[in-house]
Design a protein around this ligand. Structure first.
Ligand code: SG7
Ligand code: ZN
Length: 256
């Protein structure tokens, strides 16, 4: 299941920066062992404030599809939770499997979900650019939301409808419709799950998954291609990184 990651990123094991080695001390994703997570009563609720008009476009980067946002101002931000200041929304993307039995990057009690949404934010209070934030310990905050199969999801459908024409402008979209209203989350210090694998991410993983219907994953996400026009078609599936060791880390929970 994890072959694609190594095929797509063959040079990762030769990376030389100490922050980018897969043998680092705070790599992601991880298995969240529910009973080993520690309730932290000082964790605040996460505040999400997105302006749908900051949505710029949707595109296929050859590994996932991304929806990018104008991050030149503080119009779409998150704050609170485990974060010391506000973080700006840069983009969101998904990871998914070839079949429903796997696809998420994080697992809960070793259980995979069919897909996982990542909303990537950066610390514009401390760093002048996203590129600089990617290299620093408190530079990024990623919200992870699991997708499970169930009811049709209207908000996700707007995205799914845009996928066949993926280079197109994608005007207004409010990603908060993809975030479950249940406030409960786990948080831990981790890394990007693709190169440069920098250990710059405060992960905030929502406990409750969103429900999407099977067709939204199988006929939309799994129809995308890793390959360019003219190349032998290779379906964009299994675009998740294998689990990494927890090492000397504690996963905190905002709930009891
Ligand atoms: C996906 O995951 C893309 C990357 C992202 C990477 O491949 O969304 O973003 C771009 C602009 O290609 O890398 C730096 C960054 O956001 C890793 O993000 S993740 O750790 O949240 N999975
Ligand atoms: Zn991701």
């Amino acid at each position: 299941e994890s072959h694609d990651w190594n095929v797509l990123f063959p040079l990762t094991s030769h990376a030389s920066s100490p922050l980018s080695i897969p043998g680092g001390t705070r790599q992601s994703p991880i298995n969240i062992q529910w009973r080993d997570s520690v309730y932290d009563p000082f964790l605040k609720p996460l505040k999400i404030s997105y302006d749908p008009s900051t949505c710029l476009h949707i595109w296929n980067n050859g590994y996932s599809f991304l929806v990018e946002f104008d991050d030149s101002t503080d119009k779409s931000i998150i704050m609170g939770g485990p974060l010391e200041n506000q973080y700006r929304l840069k983009q969101f993307h998904f990871h998914w499997g070839a079949i429903n039995e796997w696809g998420s990057e994080h697992t809960v009690d070793s259980k995979f979900y069919p897909a996982e949404l990542h909303l990537v934010h950066w610390n514009a209070v401390v760093y002048p650019t996203f590129e600089e934030a990617v290299m620093e310990g408190n530079g990024l905050a990623v919200i992870g939301v699991f997708l499970k199969l169930g009811k049709h999801h209207e908000g996700l459908q707007t995205l799914v409808d845009a996928l066949p024409a993926i280079k197109h402008k994608f005007d207004v979209f409010d990603p908060s419709c993809l975030i479950p209203s249940c406030p409960d989350y786990w948080t831990y210090a981790g890394s990007l799950t693709t190169p440069p694998l920098t250990e710059s991410v405060t992960w905030i993983i929502k406990k409750k998954p969103i429900e999407v219907d099977e067709n939204q994953v199988s006929f939309a996400f799994r129809m995308l291609l890793f390959t360019s026009d003219g190349e032998e078609e290779k379906r964009m599936v299994d675009n998740f990184r294998p689990l990494q060791p927890l090492m000397d880390r504690t996963v905190r929970s905002s709930f009891q």
